[in-house]
Design a protein around this ligand. Sequence first.
Ligand code: SF4
Length: 231
Amino acid sequence: ADLAELTAEVSVCRACPRLVTWREDVARDKRASFAGEPYWGRPIAGWGSETPGVLIVGLAPAANGGNRTGRIFTGDRSGDWLFAALHRVGLAAQPTSVHAGDGQRLLGARMVAAVRCAPPDNKPTTVERDTCAPWLEREVELVGGSVRAVVCLGQYGWDAALRTLRSLGYDVPRPKPRFGHAAEARVTAPGGREVTVLGSYHPSQQNTFTGRLTEPMLDAVLTRAAALAVE
Ligand code: SF4
């Protein structure tokens, strides 16, 4: 399978009954608020370069962000923050990501969600997390050969990335490296290539409004990832 097939397959996944109901209910209830715009209401695929040096791992699409626009971190406040930072450090062509047809491009980077459907309260269950894990594994199998830095947004992204890499045969240190902002863990791909896993606080409103995550803090992690990608 190639990336186009993976994107097509995940887009019609209905494996988690609670999330299928939620994503479709939100789409039905909120469509009127975004009159005239298409409302996705389905799983969101990975997006960006097919040979990324930087892989960005988030939690799940926001109900009215990725779930609405069909593109990860697009059309919500977290995405506004993230794309502004990606643009500042040269990983995105534009400073905003508004809708799937806005011309935005990631430069040498790819974004994926650990869980591909919007969960209520941004909290997937453990079963939902594990049910969705193979999509991330398949994507990393397809694009991982070029990746030098994995940027994990929040503890959830960190855990998902390390779990995925370990299941694909990467040598991940034990005990599992601890998440923190600007935390770094070196993992070794089968074949010996080194990959650096970087932690960042999630650019959620909860973190950005309170100043727990500032623009310079996010820029520093993304700058480090971009530098690793061209080493
Ligand atoms: Fe499928 Fe993942 Fe969505 Fe569950 S969360 S329905 S496994 S795409």
